[in-house]
Design a protein around this ligand. Structure first.
Ligand code: FAQ
Length: 329
């Protein structure tokens, strides 16, 4: 429905591009939402397809590290929570593909780009989950970072993305809390459980800090996406907000964060942190992290194994349509 509306609008607005451009600029300046049927510059459309599809891929690939622990969750309660969380992430991926489709790019095209290794997804999901504590740390830190980044996206100028983010953020908030609660239980357990939490935090801290993307000075898209009201807060500002919020939580867990330079700076009113290893970040983003190959292979295998489902769904849809419109068959 959305797509048809958008195509019509594209045609009719082509003649009056200048008026349409002015209307778009005015809409952005007034902080009103851009909807699929509204005229928008091609670069705005492309940027949204890029960001939303990368986000969707991240949610889908993001199911894999935690999925590794479904069969080994330590209790029925933890297993039920983990299954619900992973299903939520799958749902987020589907909302986000739908939001991206309203911009006129078919889902199959976006998914093919992921399977071909041409599309990016969040660097964080290329790290392994070695112990059960990693599952708690993903909830606490990865979902914690995701919320920090995604709350401002609820105010994104593109309506379908902003609306998808509202529901996603509510679910991510549950994910973050369950992760923290799981770690709190472990950290108050035996010494070896506390050591397991510390070890997981030591391995995940820096990759999570990198998740917010390159520094503002290196971020190629930020200036334009902030002008368009897609991004509201810069990569470095979000990273700082996340660190400031997380340090007291780590204290409550009774663990340390693996950064010797982490200390409160009263003058700035923020925590200072040590240097980030951007070489590692780009290596992971460019396909050479600890699990990049494994993650892509898992997606390719799942896609192949699901071929019969896609064929059956298409055949069912065809049959229903033939039954509804026998003359056209
Ligand atoms: N990993 O100019 P910028 C989650 C790329 S969801 C990989 O700063 P931008 C839920 C960037 O794409 C996590 N690539 O780019 C969950 C660009 O490359 P391109 C995902 C990265 O777009 C939890 C280039 O670097 N969240 O965790 C990364 O303005 C638990 C230059 O960067 C979103 O996608 C990275 N970390 O800012 C699921 C949120 N960072 O496209 C399961 C929406 C940057 O030119 C379990 N996205 N790059 O080839 C955003 O907010 C933005 O896209 C940023 C990047 C902030 C990620």
């Amino acid at each position: 429905m959305y797509t048809q509306a958008m195509d019509l609008s594209r045609e009719s607005s082509a003649k009056t591009a200048t008026d349409a451009e002015r209307a778009f600029e005015a809409r952005i300046a007034a902080d009103r939402k851009v909807e699929p049927q509204d005229w928008m510059p091609d670069a705005y459309r492309r940027t949204l397809v890029r960001q939303i599809s990368q986000h969707a891929h991240s949610e889908i690939v993001g199911m894999l590290p935690e999925g590794n622990w479904v069969t080994r969750a330590p209790s029925l309660k933890r297993k039920a929570i983990l299954l619900a969380k992973i299903q939520d992430e799958g749902g987020h991926g589907l909302y986000l593909y739908s939001a991206a489709e309203t911009l006129g790019t078919p889902r199959s095209q976006m998914q093919q780009a992921l399977l071909d290794g041409r599309a990016k997804y969040s660097s964080i999901f290329n790290y392994p989950t070695l112990t059960w504590a990693d599952v708690g740390v993903i909830g606490w830190l990865v979902d914690g970072a995701a919320i920090m980044n995604q709350i401002p996206l609820c105010r994104c100028s593109y309506g379908p993305y902003a609306r998808a983010m509202i529901r996603i953020c509510k679910e991510e908030s549950f994910h973050q809390r369950q992760g923290f609660e799981s770690l709190l239980t472990m950290s108050r357990g035996t010494d070896s459980q506390l050591a397991m939490v510390q070890d997981a935090v030591n391995r995940w801290w820096w990759p999570v800090v990198m998740m917010f993307g390159p520094s503002d000075a290196e971020s190629i898209h930020s200036a334009q996406t902030m002008k368009w009201g897609i991004k509201r807060i810069s990569n470095d500002e979000l990273r700082q907000k996340f660190i400031d919020a997380t340090v007291p939580q780590a204290e409550l867990l009774g663990i340390t964060l693996p950064d010797p330079d982490l200390r409160w700076n009263a003058e700035r009113g923020h925590y200072d942190h040590g240097p980030i290893n951007w070489d590692e970040f780009w290596q992971v983003v460019n396909g050479d992290g600890p699990c990049n190959r494994e993650r892509l292979q898992a997606r390719r295998d799942a896609h192949e194994r699901g071929a019969w489902v896609r064929e059956a769904a298409a055949a069912h849809a065809r049959k229903r349509s033939e039954r509804a419109h026998p003359a056209a068959a």
